[in-house]
Design a protein. Structure first.
Length: 386
């Protein structure tokens, strides 16, 4: 199935994405609806699991296939992929698993989503200094913002791939090159871009992303990437029967971890979630991430001027393509944005209402590749109603 087929055949679009039958869903930066094939994969496995041992009934090749597809999406190796979520868990495993020393420091964007702030702030209890990036414009993390925060004791930068309100997408190659030149590890919260824009994991050391946004998958199942060369350095912080050697389910005196990223999966897999993310990854790879990126940037290119023509102020409106995402947040002085958000909801147009640290509100839209131009025009039309 190609992207052009979906956008030119309304019957097919509504079949593959049932939410489109009743709603204009523009909330993928929040929690996505499941595509038909993803829901079908869960339903089919759940039905199969009624017939006996649900783990034995799960096809043995599916987990390696899923790791392989996740690796393809990230230009990584399957042995660098652990299947676990949510994003907070992966980030916390990095924070807890490195051998921090008192006096070490790391860099965090203070106005990032809290999942990518709190695991790092907690390290202060271990004597780690947390250096907070506070850019002048919301979410605009660049090399110039990071450079003054680095010194000889900087161990890691924990950054989001894209800001959840402003939609500013970081320049991953530039930041990666700079951090590596300073011998600083790079941990990426990729939940706001993975599935929408290409990511090359070779530019990273660690990555975590749950499936419930742009990956079009379930809540609580995700992808955790650890560069192969660092797997001995990042000690698993959660232990169980699955990631530590236990022949015949018998505990051993010496703990020997699995030789790949499965060492971060401590127990029995969430197989319903695995069935769902397998189908979601299959869908995204079938459509093609490059095609998805092009379509999202095309939508953005005409939505922003259309909003500005109606008098709305748009965050990150003049960003270069490398810093542009499918998140568009807008506001207007003297406008009750909460009321407008509710009116959109009443019209079955699903958006998000977000607030920054200063208390300013925004309506955030985050269309995905399957949203049609007709849907987006309907959204714009509702903004004009009084």
């Amino acid at each position: 199935m190609k992207l052009a087929e979906i956008l030119s055949n309304e019957e097919l679009r509504r079949h593959e994405f049932p939410v489109a039958r009743d709603k204009v869903f523009l909330g993928h930066a929040g929690v996505c609806p499941l595509p038909r094939r993803v829901a079908a994969a869960v339903r089919d496995y759940a039905e199969l699991a009624t017939q006996g041992d649900q783990e034995t009934l799960w096809p043995a090749h599916r987990l390696p296939e899923t790791r392989g597809m996740a690796a393809r999406l990230l230009s990584a190796k399957p042995e660098e992929i652990a299947l676990l979520g949510p994003t907070s868990l992966g980030l916390s495993l990095v924070a807890a698993g490195l051998d921090w020393k008192p006096g070490d420091n790391l860099i965090v964007h203070f106005d990032d989503f809290p999942a990518n702030v709190y695991p790092w702030l907690a390290l202060q209890e271990r004597g780690v200094e947390v250096r907070l990036a506070k850019p002048a414009r919301l979410g605009e993390i660049t090399v110039d913002e990071i450079r003054p925060l680095i010194n000889a004791r900087t161990r890691l930068a924990a950054l989001g791939s894209c800001h959840f309100i402003s939609g500013f997408k970081i320049d991953l190659p530039a930041l990666s090159e700079f951090l590596r030149s300073k011998n600083v590890l790079f941990c990426l919260d990729a939940i706001q871009t993975l599935g929408a824009f290409p990511i090359d994991a070779q530019q990273l050391d660690f990555l975590a992303a749950d499936a419930h946004k742009w990956l079009l998958g379930p809540c609580g199942e995700g992808i955790f990437y650890v560069r192969k060369e660092l797997q001995e350095q990042l000690r698993p912080a959660i232990l169980g029967w699955h990631n530590v050697r236990c022949p015949n389910y018998i505990a051993q005196e010496q703990m020997i971890f699995r030789p790949d990223a499965r060492r971060y999966e401590p127990g029995t897999q969430n197989l319903l979630g695995a069935a769902a993310i397998h189908a979601a990854l299959e869908l995204l790879l079938e459509i093609g991430i490059d095609a998805i990126e092009s379509e999202l940037l095309r939508k953005r290119a005409w939505l922003i001027p259309a909003l500005q023509a109606k008098g709305y102020e748009v965050l990150n409106d003049a960003a270069l393509p490398k810093n542009s995402s499918s998140i568009i947040s807008f506001s207007k002085p003297q406008t009750d944005l909460a009321a407008l958000w509710q009116r959109l909801d009443q019209e079955n147009i699903i958006t998000s209402l977000r607030t920054d640290r200063a208390g300013r509100r925004y309506i955030r839209i985050s269309p995905h590749f399957y949203n049609s131009d007709t849907e987006l025009k309907r959204f714009l039309d509702v903004l004009d109603r009084r």
